[in-house]
Structures are given as C-alpha cells and as structure tokens.
Design a protein around this ligand. Structure first.
Ligand SMILES: CC(C)(COP(=O)(O)OP(=O)(O)OC[C@H]1O[C@@H](n2cnc3c(N)ncnc32)[C@H](O)[C@@H]1OP(=O)(O)O)[C@@H](O)C(=O)NCCC(=O)NCCS
Length: 169
C-alpha cells in the first residue's frame, strides 16, 4: 500500500484549492484556521524559501492526498516548527500522514534541524494527530491549560533529531 504514495517538494498555485479542500475535509479546522493554512502556502508561493515555510505534498495515486508545512524557528539554535500536517479525510489511515511526517523530518534534518516542535489541541478530534506524534518518537513537553478555550489545552510535543541518523522515508 505504501508504494502508492508519491511525494512532491515543490509548490504550485493549484495547491491553494487543494489545501483548502484537504484542511476543510478533516473536520477539525475552523474557517479561520483553513484561511491561515492557505496564507502560509500563498507566502511560500510568493517568496519561496525566503518565506521560511517549506511544504511537502503527498499523492495517493494521482491525487494530492495530504501535505505538511514546516520551517525554522527564527532566533533559536536550529529548532524547527511543524506548522501543519493534514491528510484528506478520504485518504486517512493509509500511512500518508506518517510518510509526510518522516519526509518532513528528513528534510529538516538536512537543513540542520536539531529539534522539532509541534503543537496541537487536547480536544478529542485531535486524537489522530496526538497518536501520530506519540507513535513516531515525539514526547509531550508541555500542556498549557485552557490555552485555546476553556478545557481546550495547548499540547506541545518535541522530537530530537540526530544528525548522523538519516530516516528511511
Ligand atoms: C493526523 C493525520 C495527519 C494523520 O494522517 P493519516 O494519514 O491518517 O496517518 P497514518 O495513516 O500515517 O497513520 C494513522 C494510522 O493508520 C495506520 N495505517 C497506516 N497504513 C495503513 C494501512 N495501509 N491500512 C490501514 N491502516 C494503516 C497506521 O498504522 C496508523 O496507526 P497507528 O498509529 O496505530 O500505527 C490525519 O488524521 C489528519 O489530517 N487529521 C486532521 C488534521 C490534524 O489533526 N492535523 C494535526 C494538527 S495541525
């Protein structure tokens, strides 16, 4: 099944519509978050690497099934932030998310990343994201109570990169 997944590291204007479709399909992001996801891509389309955002898209057969967005955290010692990862509802639970995560980690490692941070919400709808991080070597560093709203905590995970250990993607 994994052989059906193909990755692309370039961005194309047509990705804007697809990012909107993918993020909306998941049912976990509100309209404002979907708009922010598109803004990050617009920034990358306009400024390329100078935007500070990198994207990887995953195809399931011929369709873009999901994507990941990441970049360096300015002013830190080679810390990177995984801004966004989403797989279209239709293609979830097929290994696309894990494949994207591993590809992003490998690219960050090649760009000198020493540590990756990612955050998500404690809400039940984010259980798939939490599971993805925890099963792939991320540890929960912090929980900021009621950060997003009452009973909706901000969970911060991190993953240490070892420079001499390329990941198999
Ligand atoms: C979190 C998210 C990106 C995970 O993507 P995904 O493609 O469903 O993830 P994967 O398929 O790689 O892994 C999920 C499970 O499917 C399983 N799986 C992998 N390949 C499979 C296959 N061929 N058949 C069945 N199951 C499979 C994996 O084993 C994994 O289960 P495990 O954790 O028990 O090992 C996705 O659920 C999503 O888009 N969620 C909404 C957005 C979100 O919350 N984003 C993060 C916050 S910004």
């Amino acid at each position: 099944m994994k052989g059906l997944i193909r990755l692309r590291k370039t961005v194309e204007p047509s990705d804007l519509d697809r990012v909107k479709e993918i993020t909306s399909s998941t049912g976990v992001f509100n309209d404002e978050e979907v708009a922010v996801a598109c803004e990050l891509l617009e920034e990358c389309l306009q400024k390329a690497e100078k935007s500070g955002y990198f994207f990887i898209f995953a195809y399931w057969n011929t369709e873009v099934a999901g994507y990941v967005c990441y970049g360096p955290i300015m002013g830190t010692d080679h810390r990177f932030y995984l801004n966004w990862i989403a797989v279209h509802k239709q293609y979830q639970e097929k290994g696309v998310g894990k494949c994207l995560l591993k590809a992003a980690e490998e690219d960050m490692r090649l760009r000198g990343a020493k540590k990756i941070f990612v955050e998500t919400s404690s809400r039940t709808v984010y259980h798939r994201a939490r599971r993805l991080y925890l099963r792939n070597g991320y540890k929960l560093d912090a929980c900021v109570k009621d950060f997003y709203s009452k009973d909706d905590d901000r969970l911060i995970f991190s993953h240490t990169i070892f420079p001499d250990q390329p990941l198999s993607v």
